[in-house]
Write a new protein. Structure first.
Length: 221
């Protein structure tokens, strides 16, 4: 693993450990490897350690493949080692999607972790690898941790929506915000602001989403 950038991890009250890393590593694709920039944001309180691996260790008996959490093999993808604080470490290979977005994110639930592999997101229990769900996002292109609201939000490039999860699971999902080019530009105390490409006008239009409810204040409503 080759680190390209290490950002200062700002301490947060009550957080057991906080790590924010952007690095370059390899994704296994058949017999080839592809160099990808990946992100790791662990700002929420979490009960595990995690690392991305470039190759499968010799002893990989505790190895799960997603989707499905199968043990006998599966699709190529992002290889991750997860070590729960009160449990045995295990490996996960997370099948990749159609985008170049890869990352690992702590969740508002400290027992869970989110792995995004090529735009496909998986939420997994760090202690129970068979307890998992696929993120309700078709193609993730951006992820934001909003600590003040205990929310993590995902931008879906295919559906041009924003989806939010809290400690209990899915909190809200917006209606379609725009037709293409959805981007978050700013997060304020109460709103997520951004822009999307308006094909009718041939220019960017702005939108605002209420953090607590997911209500769209402008954009396509």
């Amino acid at each position: 693993m080759v680190f390209s950038k290490l950002e200062h991890a700002r301490p947060n009250p009550g957080v057991l450990s906080s790590l924010r890393i952007i690095f370059s590593a390899l994704v296994l694709v058949g017999n080839k490897t592809i160099n990808m920039d990946k992100k790791m944001y662990l700002d929420f309180l979490h009960e595990y350690d995690v690392e991305m691996l470039n190759e499968t260790p010799a002893n990989d008996k505790n190895h799960y493949y997603y989707p499905g959490a199968t043990r006998g093999g599966g699709q190529d993808g992002l290889l991750v080692k997860i070590s729960p604080y009160n449990g045995s470490p295990w490996l996960g290979t997370f099948a990749r999607g159609r985008s170049s977005f890869y990352g690992i994110f702590s969740m508002p639930d400290p027992k869970k972790i989110c792995v995004v592999s090529g735009g496909i997101g998986y939420i997994v229990s760090a202690k129970e690898a068979s307890n998992w769900e696929q993120l309700k996002v078709s193609k993730t292109v951006d992820v934001r941790l909003i600590l003040a609201h205990n929310l993590i939000v995902f931008v879906d490039a295919d559906l041009t929506t924003i989806v939010a999860y809290d400690s209990t699971g899915l909190r809200w999902s917006t209606k379609q915000i725009g037709l293409d080019g959805l981007q978050i530009t700013e997060i304020t105390e109460k709103h997520i602001k951004g822009k999307y490409w308006n094909m009718r006008s041939g220019s960017d239009d702005e939108f605002s989403v209420e953090i607590e409810t997911g209500a769209i204040f402008y954009g396509i409503k």
